[in-house]
Design a protein around this ligand. Structure first.
Ligand code: SF4
Length: 351
C-alpha cells in the first residue's frame, strides 16, 4: 500500500465546506475523490472483512432501522452468545476465504460481566489465527475498554449513524453524547475506531453532511468508516421509508473519502441491493473495504463467489494483512476469473 500523500488530513471542516463538496458536479467530485484515494492507497486494493453475529436479537435499544431490537416484531430468531469454539471455527473459515479482519457483533446495550470474559477469549482466538479482530458490543465503560485493549483488540465498531440533530428521530434509548463518550473511551485505550453511519433513513442531506463533518472532526479520524445504505426490514419502523437516490449515496462515499483521506471507507450494509455498476462507482468514489460472506449480521450479503467475480472483473485485489496469504487469494481470484470467462453469458444474464 502506498502512503505518498503529503497533504495532511484536516479536522476543521465546516458544514458549508462539506455541503459544497456534495454540491460539486458529479464528475468533479468523483475525480477529486479518486485523486485523493490514489494519493493515499493502492488504487486497486479493497480490504475484506467478515462479520459474524455472536449474539443475535432481543436488544434493549430501539434503533428504528434494526431487526435485532426487542422493540419490534421482525420474527428474527433470537440466539444467545455463541460458544467460543464455534466463533473460532467461523473465523478460520473466513480466513480461508480471504478475509483479513474478523468482526464480531453482539446485540447488547452494553456487555454484561457474565459474557465479557467469553468475548475476550474470542478476540484472543481470532488474533491467534492471524486475523485482525473487531467487535461491536454497545456502550463500554473505562474498565471494559481497557480489558479489550489488554487482549489486543484491533478495532471497536461503534457507529454514530447520522447527524446529532437527526439522532433522536432514530434512537431514543441512548444519546449522541453516549456514543461520543464510548468512542472517546475506546480511542483513549489505544484501540482503533470503526465508526460511520447509515444513509437512506429519511434524513436530509444536511444530516449526511453533519455526520461526515462530525466524523472528520475526530482526531485522529476513525481508521475505518462504514457507510451503510439502509436495508429496509419488515417489522421495523423504517420498512417503508423512501429510497435514497443512488447517486447521493455515491456522493456520500466520495465526500467521506475527501474528508478522511487516510481512513478505509467501507461500502457496508445495503451492498446486496446494489448492482455491480453501482458498487464499481462506490469503489471509484474511494470505498476500499467491504464485508464479505453470506450474512451481514442478520441481513443478507452478496455471496462470496459473486464478490470475487466482481473483483476479478474490475481488476481489484483483496488487501492482505499477511503477505503469505496473498497466494491463496490470488489463486481464488484467478480461478474465479476463468470460471467467469467460461460462463460469461450466464454471468452477465444474472447481473
Ligand atoms: S443497532 Fe445495535 S444497539 Fe441498535 S437495536 Fe440493533 S443491535 Fe441493538
Amino acid at each position: 500500500m502506498s502512503s505518498t500523500s503529503t497533504a495532511k488530513p484536516r479536522f476543521d471542516w465546516t458544514q458549508a465546506e462539506v455541503k459544497a463538496l456534495f454540491d460539486l458536479p458529479f464528475m468533479d467530485l468523483m475525480f477529486r475523490a479518486q485523486t485523493i484515494h490514489r494519493e493515499n492507497f493502492a488504487p486497486n486494493q479493497v480490504q475484506v472483512s467478515t462479520l459474524l453475529s455472536i449474539k443475535t436479537g432481543a436488544c434493549p435499544e430501539d434503533c428504528k432501522y434494526c431487526p435485532q431490537s426487542g422493540h419490534y416484531n421482525t420474527e428474527l430468531e433470537k440466539e444467545k452468545l455463541m460458544e467460543v469454539e464455534k466463533v473460532l471455527a467461523e473465523a478460520a473459515l473466513a480466513k480461508e476465504k480471504g478475509a483479513s479482519r474478523f468482526c464480531m457483533g453482539a446485540a447488547w446495550k452494553h456487555p454484561s460481566e457474565k459474557d465479557f470474559p467469553y468475548v475476550l477469549e474470542m478476540i484472543k482466538g481470532v488474533k491467534s489465527l492471524g486475523l485482525e479482530s473487531c467487535v461491536t458490543l454497545g456502550t463500554l465503560n473505562d474498565e471494559q475498554a481497557k480489558r479489550l485493549s489488554d487482549v489486543g483488540l484491533d478495532y471497536y465498531n461503534h457507529n454514530l449513524d447520522t447527524s446529532a440533530e437527526f439522532y433522536d428521530s432514530i434512537i431514543t434509548t441512548r444519546t449522541y453524547q453516549d456514543r461520543l463518550d464510548t468512542l472517546s473511551r475506546v480511542r483513549g485505550s489505544g484501540i482503533k475506531l470503526c465508526c460511520g453511519g447509515i444513509m437512506g433513513m429519511g434524513e436530509e442531506q444536511k444530516d449526511r453532511v453533519g455526520l461526515l463533518r462530525q466524523l472528520s472532526h475526530m482526531q485522529p479520524h476513525p481508521e475505518s468508516v462504514p457507510i451503510n445504505m439502509l436495508v429496509k426490514v419488515e417489522g421495523t419502523p423504517m420498512e417503508n421509508v423512501e429510497d435514497l437516490d443512488t447517486f447521493e449515496f455515491i456522493r456520500t462515499i466520495a465526500v467521506a473519502r475527501i474528508l478522511m483521506p487516510k481512513s478505509h471507507v467501507r461500502l457496508s450494509a445495503g451492498r446486496q441491493e446494489m448492482n455491480e455498476q453501482t458498487q464499481a462507482l462506490c469503489f471509484m468514489a474511494g470505498a476500499n473495504s467491504i464485508f464479505y460472506g453470506e450474512k451481514l449480521l442478520t441481513t443478507g450479503n452478496p455471496e462470496a463467489d459473486k464478490d470475487m467475480a466482481l473483483f476479478a472483473n474490475l481488476g481489484i485485489q483483496p488487501e492482505q494483512r499477511e503477505a503469505h496469504s496473498d497466494e491463496a487469494v490470488a489463486e481464488a481470484i484467478a480461478a474465479q476469473a476463468v470460471k467467469q470467462e467460461e460462463s460469461k453469458l450466464f454471468y452477465e444474464a444474472s447481473v
